[in-house]
Design a protein around this ligand. Structure first.
Ligand code: DAT
Ligand code: MG
Length: 150
């Protein structure tokens, strides 16, 4: 699906380490279309909704504290198989297992400081996009589309 959407976020450590441009550049160069972008210092309440599926995990309180420790860059990227390809570009959750060439494999060492988030399914992408961008996304056509897709 050429119009599949995924929610990608640079976490507070990625912002503080100056990796925003690097992460955006990878999605841009791959051929994805940016349809929403903002810097937001999220509340714990908002982050608890984002990570609701993990609320019973032992690391949940630490995860929320870390995610609320500074602003994040919230983005929606659209393109062919955006969810799966986005996850491959991020790399494994634990940077110990993230391949070099992936964002986490190139820039992270610890699972609790893994610098970026990406939706894990089309269904979670839809939920996350609605949570972070209740105002909606920007629909537009990229001149490059016919060179990126068949
Ligand atoms: P992902 O971010 O790859 O989708 P996830 O949804 O399972 O992974 O977990 C969300 C985040 O929670 C993850 O990016 C980092 C943190 N996390 C996951 N497992 C953890 C663990 N065992 N210890 C500490 N933090 C963890
Ligand atoms: Mg996840």
């Amino acid at each position: 699906n050429n119009a599949e959407r995924t929610y990608i976020m640079v976490k507070p450590d990625g912002v503080q380490r100056g990796l925003v441009g690097e992460i955006i550049a990878r999605f841009e160069k791959r051929g994805f279309k940016l349809i929403a972008l903002k810097l937001e210092h999220a509340t714990k309440e908002h982050l608890e909704k984002h990570y609701a599926d993990l609320k019973d995990k032992p690391f949940f309180p630490g995860l929320i504290k870390y995610m609320a420790s500074g602003p994040v860059v919230a983005m929606v990227w659209e393109g062919l198989d955006a969810v799966k390809t986005g996850r491959v570009m991020l790399g494994a959750t634990n940077p110990l297992a993230s391949a070099p060439g992936t964002i986490r494999g190139d820039y992270a060492l610890a699972v609790g400081r893994n610098i970026c988030h990406g939706s894990d399914s089309v269904e979670s992408a839809e939920k996350e996009i609605a949570l972070w961008f209740p105002e909606g996304v920007i629909q537009h056509t990229m001149a490059s589309a016919e060179w990126v897709f068949e």
